[in-house]
Design a protein around this ligand. Structure first.
Ligand code: FES
Length: 115
């Protein structure tokens, strides 16, 4: 079972193959996911500090390519399926915004479905 260290927050055991954004939210961390996990908004982004998060999906690569100012270690947590131990930093939390909710709940399956 992969362990995910949420830097500065807690370390969680994550079911193998769990979607990272879902695992973070289930751990009680109010991560944003404003597009519902569709790789459209980037609010679910995390800084990958350590570990193998797997390759990017086409949707993640395409969405991050639209951003100039992001650190190269930034990944979209809605596009990561947890298979290995990771250390990440959650970048956007609902409690640090004026928004009324984090966004539509992401499904447990990877979306958009890989081609
Ligand atoms: S890009 Fe919108 S929730 Fe991941």
């Amino acid at each position: 079972m992969p362990q995910v260290k949420l830097q500065g927050l807690k370390t969680i055991d994550v079911q193998d193959g769990r979607r990272l954004v879902v695992a973070i939210e289930e751990a009680g961390i109010d991560i944003l996911h404003r597009c519902g996990g569709l790789a459209k908004c980037t609010t679910c982004r995390v800084e990958l500090i350590d570990g193998d998060a797997g390759g990017m999906t086409d949707a993640e690569r395409a969405r991050l390519a639209q951003e100039d100012a992001l650190d190269p270690n930034v990944r979209l947590s809605c596009q990561i399926m947890c298979h290995n131990d990771l250390t990440v930093r959650v970048i956007n939390r609902l409690s640090e915004t004026d928004l009324s909710d984090a966004g539509p709940p992401p499904s447990e399956e990877l979306q958009p479905a890989p081609a």
